[in-house]
Design a protein around this ligand. Structure first.
Ligand code: URA
Ligand code: CA
Length: 446
């Protein structure tokens, strides 16, 4: 394998063979192909794309660069959910215990926040003592015992993707549908799943804001899942405003606990239930939407979902007392309101700008190496679309000190001014659902 010839062929629009992709990835993972050659190849893929056979070979090679989550002794259907990420996207924290309470085994392998988006691992780690760095053996054991585990992508899972994603992040090569699809699916397929639900976000706060590209990414991933024998359904959901009222790590854990108590009936809950319905259907536990929805609501009403959350916290070393006493979670010392400034119907609040304020407060990362403050963030008291008076608070800022709080209040005041001027209407929360039935008969791998 002469790597410069492969780069030239891709640059000129030809396809590489499956064996060539497999060799490239295994040599790259072993450190025998340097980053500069891989970066050049990724840039060629950004412009030229991948043919279906190339995409399959790349995905399989990245999955096979590491270990898989063992199947263990459990017989429950194993289903996971993956989101392309957003602000106030607290669905994972609710869905994992909720689906476990309905008889699904949920191995949720998640990431950390970066840029404007939050990360499930950071949120969980705001629970005192909670460990997310589990080995695959530990995760499989916990999954067999209580049907739910939430962990970080271990060193063992798709190491080639970990290295490649870090490289793409700094070489302008993230925005390629085949590279994104291969990256996401290689990790998910290593979980040895019976089914996968993808939450592909659409709107200004999404990774790919436009619906056409989001739909194309969804189709590509659904096709990759089907081809690997993992039934996959994608739901296109709105990220044109933050999903939950809270944005910030401990604040989102509080929100998830309230939702598991049945105290929420908002945008977060609507999207959570839409995704949960798909998970239950893939698990074969419900065959139609209404039955699935009733089952999810019953698991919340009975307290079973909240109890499963407590069990998971206990298993992973966290303090389950936070569930009855949320004040044991990290709490910010300074809380300041931000008034609407005008009376009217509040237009969509821009997730990127709000995510940036969370980062400004210390609740997010600019660099992978930044540490975060779990206590800080925002709570939206008036959601997008609500009618407000000028003096009504739209946000509560939770800050470490007065200076941070005032900076955030000023930044949010500017965001609100722009929002009132720009207006805009909200996207429907669920925009589309994509299954293999939506794929063209020729396949939809690119
Ligand atoms: N998330 C991933 O895991 N990989 C990508 O390439 C993009 C988003
Ligand atoms: Ca559809």
């Amino acid at each position: 394998m002469v790597v410069p010839r492969l780069i030239e062929r891709k640059r000129d629009g030809a396809a590489l063979g499956g064996d060539e992709w497999r060799a490239l990835i295994s040599h790259y993972a072993a450190g025998r192909v340097p980053d500069y050659q891989m970066a050049a190849l990724c840039m060629a893929v950004v412009f030229r794309g991948l043919e279906p056979a190339e995409l399959v070979a790349l995905t399989d090679a990245m999955r096979d660069s590491g270990a898989s989550l063992p199947r263990g002794t459990g017989t429950l259907p194993r289903i996971d959910k993956h989101s392309t990420g957003g602000v106030g996207d607290t669905t994972s924290l609710i869905l994992a215990p909720l689906l476990a309470a309905c008889g699904v085994a949920v191995p949720m392998m998640s990431g950390r926040g970066l840029g404007h988006t939050g990360g499930t691992l950071d949120k969980l780690e705001s629970i005192p003592g909670f460990r997310t760095a589990l080995t695959l053996e530990e995760a499989a054991r916990q999954l067999d015992a209580i049907g739910v585990v939430m962990l970080g992508q271990t060193e063992e899972i798709a190491p080639a993707d970990r290295r490649l994603y870090a490289l793409r992040d700094v070489t302008g090569t993230v925005e390629s549908i085949p590279l994104i699809a291969a990256s996401i699916m290689s990790k998910k397929l290593a979980e040895s799943l019976d089914g996968l639900v993808l939450d592909v976000k659409v709107g200004s706060g999404a990774f790919l804001p436009g619906i056409d590209r989001a739909r194309q990414l969804a189709r590509t991933m659904v096709a990759l899942g089907a081809r690997a024998g993992c039934p996959t359904v994608a739901v296109l959901t709105a990220m044109d405003r933050p999903l939950a009222a809270a944005a910030g790590n401990a604040l989102e854990v509080r929100e998830a606990i309230a939702a598991l108590r049945g105290e929420r009936d908002d945008a977060l809950m609507s999207v959570t239930l839409a995704l949960g319905v798909e998970m239950l259907r893939l698990a074969g536990i419900a065959t139609d939407d209404a039955t699935a929805r009733a089952r999810l609501r019953a698991a919340i009403a009975s307290g079973a979902a909240l109890e499963r959350f407590a069990e998971m916290v206990r298993w992973q070393g966290g303090d389950p007392a936070v569930i009855d006493q949320p004040d044991r979670l990290p709490t910010a010392p300074v809380v300041l309101p931000v008034p609407a400034g005008r009376a009217g119907v509040l237009p969509p609040l821009p997730p990127r700008a709000l995510g940036a304020v969370v980062t400004l407060l210390g609740g997010g990362r600019r660099l992978h190496t930044d540490t975060i403050d779990p206590a800080v963030g925002l709570v939206t008291c008036a959601p997008s679309g609500a009618r407000v008076e000028a003096a009504d608070p739209v946000f509560l800022v939770h800050a470490r000190d007065a200076a941070d709080a005032e900076a955030a209040v000023a930044a949010l005041g500017e965001v609100l001014q722009a929002v009132w001027e720009d207006g805009g209407t909200l996207l429907p929360l669920v925009l589309d659902r994509i299954t293999t039935a939506d794929l063209p008969s020729t396949g939809a791998l690119t």
